[in-house]
Write a protein that binds this ligand. Structure first.
Ligand code: ADP
Ligand code: MG
Length: 680
């Protein structure tokens, strides 16, 4: 895995912090040591501290040391300026380089050519503080990308492979699909797979944020990286390497960290703006002080203005928050695919839920079969078609039919009618299975009172049409998710309008809507109509989020301001969404809103700490209060600027309050005799 690309934090004028971290440190230490004699030999400092120390060629000596500090300590900034100018993007490095160059060359001139006082001690301390600032910055960026590394660390490295009745330890990278591994109590599951033996509880907190361990026994799926509790488990590996869930999450987090949002653009624009403001303020400051007869003071003020305006912390303000919030949200079961979508979530005031699979479990069970032909034939033709469908309804119909002893026959010309049903040919016969809407489109009428009755109980009824004749109907019942009700309630309390959209019958929709006390619902809608509904809400001025799971939700997910997919949903839905809820829990929408809000306010706070203080600082640096005796010297300017960087870094870290603590369980010592007991 290539961590290098993460640590390279792209928007900060393109310099690579992982490389510069030790470089800045060494340059800082050496420059600081060199600055000490400059300070001691400076006239101003001597006056301040009340001592005198002079010797021949003193000025020249100070000049030589200062030259070393300028070129050695100032080198990263001078180099940075050259590359910024080459890219035609003058920025922070150019500002710093300009400030130290102006101070250096002017001071050098006072030693040899002109009269006036030098700025050598200011120059030295300025460079020291700048180097320190960059060192701190590089370190905090590293810290933030470490949040991602924490995810990587979750991955265990060795597995206990069960082979020929014995157990051998192998590296996880050597596991193959189909291998069976032993997981002892307290150990991590090495890779994604299914339990084939044993009973235990598994802690999946790192991916769902749910701290309660989940019960696992034969047939259950487990995810690589989750932690086994008391029991032992035999797991058959189903996915390895990049295919595993955790790897996918890491990939997603990395992509999201690198993807840019509008807020980030704002930071970059602010940095560019600040550059020009600094130049203009510098020119004005110099001209004014020079014009009224203070050339030395003019220069000192100009250097201070350039330094204080350096948009140093701006480079950090957003990326630090992004790096932290993406991994924190990932660990609480909210995966961000698109940052702009995630940042928009805080503005949401209308949420549209899909019904089946989103508000409901999508755990269908067939309850009634109404057959107008022989039941055996009805199920046979239906199951033949449904075995090809990914839909949860299809899966339950197939399961039911197989339990009834139906043999699955081959299908030809199979097509999915998203949000409506399926069509195909079985034994040369044209068969449709689908919604009331599909029935309408095929111009088939039914007013079966039994069917109406079933729908009014909230049951989903699908119709089977053979050779354009209604052949029967199958009723399925689903359960409303436990958390749907509280989610809707809490959203309404926040003043957010809630809607439900479904391809299912009106009666079913009405029943679910009533149970959940949803504000409004639209039933029997086709995929493009779902998108249209979203659009019309947007046109009414709502900021709309859509939560869905199915193929038929994809257009709506893309249309909404924020598309949210249920983790167990179809790939199409997940690909269309901005955010994925791992736990399939509608309640997590609230978590999303909260995290989005927190992240955004952190970003705004950081922008103020990074740039806003300039509103006061630049005029002060320019010497606007000089008549009152209040001036900031260049080194204090540099300290203020660096302080802003440190504040931004610390402020971002407070986001960690929302972080899920992943307990690192040490492997329990299991003696070999226990092992034998465990696997036999
Ligand atoms: P929702 O919008 O509530 O998630 P679905 O994705 O379940 O709706 O699709 C809407 C309707 O389309 C279902 O209620 C069902 O009647 C019909 N339907 C979709 N796919 C199938 C299928 N494979 N077999 C039978 N009916 C289907
Ligand atoms: Mg659905």
């Amino acid at each position: 895995m290539d961590h290098g690309t993460n640590m390279k934090h792209q928007d900060h004028q393109g310099h690579d912090h992982s490389v510069h971290i030790s470089d800045f440190k060494i340059r800082f230490i050496i420059s600081t040591i060199l600055t000490i004699p400059i300070l001691i030999l400076s006239e101003t400092i001597q006056i301040w501290l009340g001592f005198e120390l002079t010797f021949p060629f003193q000025k020249e000596t100070v000049f030589i040391i200062a030259t070393l500090v300028y070129f050695y300590g100032g080198w990263p900034f001078l180099k940075g300026m050259v590359s910024e100018i080459k890219k035609k993007q003058p920025g922070m490095m150019t500002l710093i380089a300009m400030a130290i160059s102006v101070a250096f060359f002017y001071s050098a001139a006072t030693v040899f050519f002109i009269s006036g006082s030098d700025f050598f001690w200011e120059l030295g301390t300025l460079i020291d503080v700048m180097l320190l600032g960059h060192w701190v910055e590089a370190k905090s960026i590293m810290g933030a990308s470490r949040a991602l590394e924490e995810l990587v660390k979750i991955m265990p490295t060795t597995a206990h492979l069960i082979e020929n009745g014995g157990v051998i330890d192998v590296p996880v990278s050597e596991l193959e699909i189909g291998d069976v591994v032993l997981i002892r109590p307290g150990e991590k599951i090495p890779s994604d797979g299914a339990v084939v033996d044993g009973n235990s509880y598994v802690n999946e907190a790192f991916l769902t944020g749910e701290s309660k361990p989940v019960s696992k026994s034969t047939g259950n799926d487990v995810i690589g990286g989750s932690i086994n509790a008391e029991g032992f488990l035999h797991v058959q590996i189903e996915k390895t390497g990049e295919e595993t869930y955790l790897f996918q999450v890491i990939k997603l987090v990395r992509e999201a960290q690198m993807s840019k949002s509008r807020t980030q653009d704002l930071a970059n624009r602010a940095a560019a703006l600040l550059f020009y403001v600094a130049i203009i303020a510098g020119v004005i400051t110099y001209s004014v002080w020079f014009a009224i007869g203070f050339p030395d003071f003019a220069l000192e003020r100009t250097v201070t203005v350039l330094v204080i305006a350096c948009p140093h912390a701006l480079g950090l303000a957003i990326p630090l928050v992004v790096a932290l919030s993406t991994s924190i949200t990932a660990k609480s079961g909210v995966l961000i695919r698109d940052r702009t979508g995630f940042e928009n979530a805080r503005k949401i005031n209308a949420i549209v839920f899909d019904k089946t699979g989103t508000l409901t479990e999508g755990n269908f069970g067939v309850t009634d079969v109404i057959s107008l032909i022989s039941k055996e034939e009805l199920l046979r033709l239906t199951a033949a078609l449904e075995i090809n469908s990914e839909h949860i309804i299809a899966k339950s119909i197939v399961e039911y039919s197989e339990n009834e002893g139906v043999k699955i026959e081959p299908t030809t010309d199979f097509t999915v009618l998203p949000g409506q049903g399926v069509h195909g040919k079985v034994n040369g016969k044209s068969v449709y299975v689908g919604s009331p809407n599909l029935l309408k489109q095929l111009k088939i009428k039914t007013n079966d009172s039994k069917i109406m009755q079933l729908q009014e109980q909230g049951k989903t009824v699908v119709f089977i049409i053979i050779e354009n004749q209604l052949a029967g109907a199958i009723a399925l019942s689903d359960q409303i998710r436990e958390d749907s009700k509280s989610a809707i309630k809490k959203l309404k309390e926040k003043g957010i309008r809630t809607y439900m959209l479904t391809g299912d019958a009106k009666e079913v929709a009405e029943w679910v809507a009533k149970e959940l006390e949803i504000d409004d619902y639209f039933a029997e809608v086709l995929p493009h109509e779902k998108a249209d509904k979203i659009l019309s809400l947007k046109e009414q001025g709502y900021k709309v989020a859509m939560v869905g799971d199915g193929i038929n939700d994809a257009p709506a997910l893309v249309t909404a301001d924020v598309g949210i997919a249920i983790g167990a949903g179809t790939d199409v839905a997940i690909e269309s969404a901005d955010v994925i809820l791992v736990k399939n829990n509608p309640d997590d929408v609230l978590k999303l809103l909260e995290l989005s809000q927190k992240t955004y306010s952190k970003m705004v706070q950081n922008l103020w700490w990074a740039a806003g203080y300039n509103i006061v600082a630049i005029p002060l640096a320019a010497g606007i209060l000089a008549s009152l005796g209040f001036v900031i010297n260049p080194a204090i300017g540099a300290i203020l600027m660096s302080l802003s960087t440190v504040i931004v870094a610390l402020n971002s870290q407070t986001l960690r309050k929302h972080d899920i603590k992943v307990k690192v369980v040490t492997h329990k010592e299991t003696s070999s005799s226990e092992t034998v007991k465990a696997i036999t």
